[in-house]
Structures are given as C-alpha cells and as structure tokens.
Design a protein around this ligand. Structure first.
Ligand code: NAD
Length: 340
C-alpha cells in the first residue's frame, strides 16, 4: 500500500520501455506489495527482457493503450485502482519522419486512459517531458518552471503537450484525480540505442564514430532514470491532485561536452566525434527548475554526480551487449538513410 493506501493494484502503461521498466524495477524494490500490471504494445522501443529477473513478477499484457475495451477489461479483471502512464512514441527524430503514430498513441491513447480513470474513479499519473516548453537560447540562464508557457517544437513534443492539456482538462472538468511530471532528458540502463547517450556509447563499442548534430552546442539537462522514477512515485503517492511537478537535476551540458566525456571515459581520442547535419527544428537548450518537487515532496536527485552515473551507464552497455546489439544495426541504418 502507498502512504495514502491507494495503489495496491497499479496499471503501468509502457512498462516494457526505458523509463517504464526502470520504474517497475524501482517499485518492485521499494514497494514489493504493490501489484503491477504492465500494458505495453511492445513496439520496436520495448524489450520484454527489460522486466526479467524481478522477484515479484509483474503481469505483462501485450496490447495497445488506444484499445478501450482491453483497458476496461484489465481494470476490471485486476481490480486496478491507479494508472501510471508512460506509454508513448518517444523519439523526436521518428516523429519528424512520421507523426501519425505519435498523434494516435500519445494523444488518443491518453484520452482512452483518462476516460477509463474517470469512469472507474482511478488515480491517474501522466509522465511527460520538459520538451513541451520548447527551448531557450544557448546563452540564456533562465529555467522552465510549472508556470512556463507551452511552446513545443517537434511533432513529438506537440503530442505530449496535447496530452498534458487533456490531463488538466479531465481534472478541471470531471475532477479525475490526476498529476503530471515533466522531466528533463533521462539516461541510464535499458535506454534504446536510438537515443543520444546510448547511441554514442554503442557507436564506440561497435567501432563507429560518435555522432553529434550540428556543432554539438545544444544543451540538455540530464536526469538519471532512477531519480526520475523516484520523483514519479513521490508525486503519485504524495503530490497535490491537479498539479504538475517539473523534475530535473541541474546537469546542463552541451551535447558535444557529453560526447567528449564519453570518449574520455572509453579511452578514445576526442577528435573521433563526427559532426552530422542538425535535426530540423531541434531545440537549443532545456533547463528545469525543480524547486517545487524539492520543496513540497522533499525529492532530490540521489545521482547528482553526472560523471559517475554516466560511467555506470557506459559499464551497463558494455556488459549488456546481447540486450542492445539486435537493435543497433537497424537503428544505424535508419540514421544513415537520413544522413545522420
Ligand atoms: N526518455 C526521456 O528522456 C523522457 C523524458 C521525459 C519524459 N519522457 C516520457 O516518458 C515516457 C516513457 O519514455 P521512454 O523514454 O521510456 O520511452 P520508450 O520509447 O523507451 O518506451 C515507450 C514504451 O511505450 C510502449 N508503447 C508505445 N506505444 C504504445 C501503445 N499504443 N500502447 C501501449 N504501449 C505503447 C512501447 O512499446 C515502449 O515500451 C514517455 O511518455 C515520454 O514522453 C521521456
């Protein structure tokens, strides 16, 4: 049971993806009495092995969050009393190529789950991104907070923005018990090789050069996935209903700086980095002010030392080749076709 005694049967959507599977692992460790039902479509981004080896095995259902009758059936059958919604199409580059699955899953899928939460009176937590706020110039020193206006740049972030608005509308209109977290860029184990940090590490491990868009000046605010999972759980258990919490660890670094750290840590020369054409509309800088979650819920990043956590992430990819190798070739082929 949570502190509020609510979440003894939790539906975790997208629980076989990167953050979702880390969350299931985290919860199995800190709160093993919670029954977890994972609903995941098992897209290319999922890996069923992400949930291997857990002592309290979650129930894993392969299915689509857009399938309202399946969602209804799961809620009834498993006596679900809360939903934590991770499932999404999550890769910006893919959304530029084809926005349709993003619109369907990220917007319509969130609507289906909100309706289910409304009709069954369930607690609903929505996992979202800082990308809904757009970017600032690289020289800017301001940070986004919960009152920052929405200015999404890519089809991906626009669909996440739309889903955030739906969640707030369900709170305001129907009183559905919702919360939202908007987190900055996560890194850590089980992240797909298409994403920035795993791509660089696995490029080096497979004899490729690390690739940086443009001049590598764009700034990202890095957050360890475990710190994000803890933040999500704090908000689920103790966050004020109807509220949004921004999550970030003040680890702002240019993409080039991160690649250079990885090269150094992997004993490679710094000039091995290859500069490739920038993504259209790419955001320049993200920066998160996490004062609210720190103040209200006592959250803080435990993995505040980015270099140390990055080293642990490199080690994870080194020791889990069989996990990422099957996806690597196809991912690089796709990037190659697009000139990245
Ligand atoms: N990765 C980040 O840095 C980051 C930062 C902030 C917020 N987020 C948000 O966190 C959530 C999880 O991100 P991630 O990086 O783990 O993504 P991911 O792509 O690794 O995982 C997404 C999961 O959702 C599943 N899924 C996709 N469409 C589905 C559907 N229609 N029905 C059921 N399952 C479906 C996939 O199979 C996959 O397992 C997303 O909502 C994303 O917007 C991510």
């Amino acid at each position: 049971m949570t502190e509020k005694g609510e979440a003894d049967s939790l539906l975790v959507t997208g629980g076989a993806g990167f953050i979702g599977s880390n969350f299931v692992r985290y919860l199995a460790r800190v709160n093993p009495q919670v029954k977890i039902v994972v609903l995941d479509k098992m897209t290319y981004a999922a890996n069923p092995h992400n949930l291997d080896g857990l002592s309290s095995n979650p129930i894993v259902i392969r299915g689509d969050v857009c399938d309202s009758s399946l969602v209804e059936q799961i809620i009834r059958e498993h006596h679900i009393n809360g939903i934590i919604h991770f499932a999404a199409e999550s890769h910006n580059d893919n959304s530029i190529r084809d926005a349709a699955p993003f619109i369907h899953t990220n917007i319509y899928g969130t609507y289906v789950l909100l309706e289910a939460a409304r009709s069954h009176g369930l607690r609903f937590h929505h996992v979202s991104t800082d990308e809904v706020f757009g970017d600032t110039s690289v020289e800017d020193v301001t940070r986004f907070d919960e009152s920052s206006p929405y200015h999404p740049s890519s089809p991906y972030s626009a669909t996440k923005a739309a889903s955030d608005h739906l969640v707030r509308a369900w709170w305001r209109t129907y009183g559905t018990r919702v919360t939202i977290t908007n987190s900055s860029n996560n890194y850590g184990p089980y992240q797909h090789v298409e994403k920035f940090i795993p791509r660089q590490i696995t490029n080096i491990l497979t004899g490729r050069r690390p690739k940086v868009y443009g001049q590598g000046k764009d700034v990202r605010d890095w957050l360890s996935v475990e710190d994000d999972c803890r933040a999500i759980w704090y908000v689920y258990c103790r966050g004020r209903l109807g509220q949004t919490y921004l999550v970030g660890a003040d680890n702002r670094l240019s993409n080039l700086a991160v690649v250079q750290m990885i090269l150094r840590m992997m004993n490679r020369p710094l000039d091995e980095v290859e500069f490739v054409g920038g993504r259209p509309g790419a955001d320049r800088r993200y920066a998160i002010d996490a004062s609210k979650i720190r103040r209200e819920l006592g959250w803080r990043p435990f993995q505040a030392n980015f270099a140390k956590s990055l080293e642990a992430t490199i080690e994870w990819y080194k020791t889990h080749e069989s996990w990422w190798i099957p996806a690597k070739q196809m991912t690089e082929l796709r990037y190659q076709q697009e000139g990245h």
